[in-house]
Design a protein around this ligand. Structure first.
Ligand SMILES: [Fe+2]
Length: 418
């Protein structure tokens, strides 16, 4: 079938995007050994190899099997191994046991990726008729945004795995020497924000891709408030610790204080005090050190604090005489004059529960299980982090994690009532 010129051009652009995103996943895994890529350090985190295979399974299952005539699965057993949580697609390997999958090997997973890549590119090249294009294009777009979400998880999960190793190995050495930034962070400024009705959420396909949880666009009522012009820094957070923040129950939500007690939290997840046994093993000294993708580095006072749970973010805000912004205050302030660090640093915890917007309808088909069924017991984070692929997020983008999660690049920005 001959496609119209606009569709041919759109298919060509989508092929290029597909190649780029798929290559980016392999590039992120490249610094890791086969042993690194098999490890699962906790049930919430997945092995690198599993991320590479699962994102491939997604294209195979949701795109190729329904739409690529004559497609032959690479290995039908992978359907069980690499389904994540799709109940409509049948039983699956238990999530906490993903680290037990020494087979298939990394090489076999790479072959699986190549097999599926070829079939997807062939489908986009000539296999799609005009009738199918309307169905195929949104699925490929969803699969690519899905893969980008797993690219960030690949980094957060391997950082957690490496943090469990007493050698504290670097994922990738830093390009240059560690910089010690100014010890005193620049003063934070409060930006006054008006109350009133604002429109929030994504406008729909005419505005580009969005996940279903960002829609429908709707009106939200804000009270007059103020929002911080920058993120809370490591230097700010060190003052909270020095002031006994982790020893003062009056600052904490009840569940958060229980987590402090049971988990022994005394600082953000990857901070190392001078008396930390792992730091001593490395014969390093000094003030706070931070384990990062580049290994152990001196804490940078100006850098946004990261790897915080919602509970820690809320306790810090209480200590600072402030609160966390709601997700709609955050979205309305996105373009405010003078505001900075809204994307590309850390995900910002908000005080908003991850709930459906008024009139929310899940995506059709198996993608209905993508977001909606997780809308209970989680908090919304906004913005995007250093680990988020460029161009992946939007002002309306809603990330979500349970309140105790602290292995993500998650920090905070303050807000307050006026
Ligand atoms: Fe997934």
């Amino acid at each position: 079938m001959t496609l119209s010129r606009p569709i041919t051009q759109a298919a060509s652009a989508l092929r290029d995007k597909f190649r780029d995103v798929r290559a980016a996943s392999l590039a992120l895994a490249a610094p890791l050994s086969a042993e690194d890529q098999c490890i699962q350090s906790m049930p919430d985190a997945s092995p690198t190899k599993w991320h590479l295979a699962h994102t491939t399974w997604f294209f195979e299952t949701v795109l190729l099997q329904p739409y690529a005539t004559g497609y032959r699965p690479f290995d039908v057993r992978f359907h069980y191994l690499f389904n994540s949580y799709y109940e409509t697609l049948g039983p699956r390997h238990p999530r906490p046991q993903r680290g037990l999958l020494t087979r298939p090997s990394v090489d076999e997973v790479h072959a699986y990726r190549s097999h599926v890549d070829e079939a997807v590119l062939a489908l986009l090249d000539s296999g799609a008729g005009e009738r199918d294009w309307a169905a195929i294009e949104p699925i490929v777009a969803l699969g690519l945004h899905h893969e980008q979400q797993h690219q960030e998880l690949l980094l957060t999960d391997i950082l957690h795995a490496l943090s469990c190793n007493p050698l504290l190995p670097a994922y990738r050495p830093a390009a240059g020497p560690a910089l010690r930034l100014a010890a005193v962070p620049p003063a934070m400024r409060w930006l006054p924000r008006p109350g009133g009705v604002v429109q929030v959420g994504h406008e729909g396909p005419q505005q580009g891709f969005a996940f279903d949880n960002e829609t429908p666009r709707h009106a939200a009522l804000l009270q007059p408030h103020a929002i911080a012009d920058r993120l809370v820094s490591c230097g700010d957070y060190a003052q909270f610790i020095a002031d006994g923040g982790y020893q003062r129950p009056e600052l904490w939500l009840s569940d958060g204080w229980a987590a402090v007690q049971t988990q022994g939290w005394r600082h953000p997840a990857y901070w190392l005090a001078a008396d930390d046994a792992r730091l001593e093993a490395q014969q390093q000294q000094g003030d706070w050190q931070v384990f990062s993708l580049h290994g152990v580095r001196p804490m940078e006072a100006d850098a946004p604090v990261s790897q915080l749970s919602f509970y820690e973010a809320a306790a810090y805000a209480e200590w600072a005489g402030a609160r966390l912004p709601t997700e709609f205050e955050w979205e309305a302030a996105f373009d405010a004059p003078g505001i900075s660090q809204m994307t590309g640093h850390v995900w910002q915890w908000t005080r908003s529960s991850y709930d459906p917007y008024p009139g929310f309808r899940p995506m059709p088909g198996i993608a209905a299980e993508y977001n909606g069924k997780f809308m209970v017991g989680q908090l919304v984070l906004r913005g995007g982090s250093v680990a988020t692929p460029a161009g992946h997020t939007r002002p309306s983008y809603r990330n979500f994690f349970p309140p105790a999660a602290r292995w993500q690049f998650s920090g905070l920005r303050l807000a307050k009532d006026v």
